[in-house]
Structures are given as C-alpha cells and as structure tokens.
Design a protein around this ligand. Structure first.
Ligand code: SF4
Length: 151
C-alpha cells in the first residue's frame, strides 16, 4: 500500500533505482493469510493458553468453538487511517487457536528459560519476531538501555 503524508499525498522515494516512485509499506489485511498469521501469532499463543485455562474450570461438556480479540485502533476514525485501510475503530478479529499440546510445550520452554535466567542473573535477548522486527527495542521496551549493553 502506498505511504502517504499527513495531507494524504503519496510519499515518493528519494533515492535508489526506484527514485520518484511512491513508497509502499506492508499492511496487514484480513485476506492476506500469511501476514495475518504472523501478526496474530503472539496473540494466538496467549488466548489459546486462556482457552486451556478456561476449559479446566468450566463444567464438563463446554467447549471453545471460536476465539477473537477486539483491536482498538489508536488513530481509528481519522481520515489518514481510512486512507491506509483502517476503517473500523475497534474491530473484532478472529484468531485461530493453537493446540493445547503445543502451547504447553512452548510455555514450558519459556518457563525453563526464565528460571535459568533468574539463576544466572542473565536473560537471552528476545527473538527478532518477539521484538516486532526491532520496533519494540527502538521505542517500547523499558529495559532497552540495559539490553543494549548485553551481548
Ligand atoms: S531491547 Fe527489550 S525487546 Fe529488545 S531484545 Fe532487549 S529486552 Fe527484548
């Protein structure tokens, strides 16, 4: 999707072999299944774990057939959002569940890594996927300054 400035005009590339052409960026759209799965992966892990916890306290016979998260768009309703394909302010987004077996394995590994880190007073850095491709380190992580000093 073409990137636009505050007034909705396309931003053009200033250098490189495609100089003068509109800049584009990846936008996660419902129909793009690969982008959608990547974008929702961490969410799917979290709510699949909630599903499994819920199933342990529900009376026998109850099941979870569908799961969804409500995503609140920070700039929802603004014209610039609509121009970038964000039309709803707080849509319900369906999430595919992950098997309980995989969730237990994954979270068990995370628990072991945490215990090991507490033991050694050192934690390995996040995987690139977990840092939202570096955006979390750059602008949202509260320990990024300390983290940058570690190998
Ligand atoms: S700065 Fe934060 S998000 Fe980035 S790798 Fe370090 S701990 Fe993870």
């Amino acid at each position: 999707m073409p990137e636009t400035d505050e007034s909705g005009q396309p931003i053009l590339k200033k250098s490189g072999k495609n100089k003068g052409e509109p800049k584009t960026r990846k936008v996660y759209v419902n129909g793009d299944s690969v982008a959608r799965i990547n974008a929702l992966f961490e969410t799917a892990i979290q709510i699949s774990d909630y599903r499994d916890k819920l199933l342990t306290i529900l009376p026998e016979g109850y099941t979870v057939k569908n799961m969804a998260v409500q995503v609140i768009s920070r700039d929802g309703g603004l014209m610039v959002s609509a121009m970038r394909g964000i039309e709803e302010k707080a849509p319900l987004v369906p999430v595919n569940g992950i098997s309980g077996h995989w969730i237990r394995k994954y979270l068990g590994r995370k628990r072991n890594l945490l215990l090991s880190a507490l033991d050694k007073d050192y934690a390995p850095k996040c995987r690139r996927r977990e840092t939202w491709e570096g955006r979390k380190c750059a602008g949202y992580c509260e320990v990024s300054e300390i983290c940058a000093t570690l190998n």
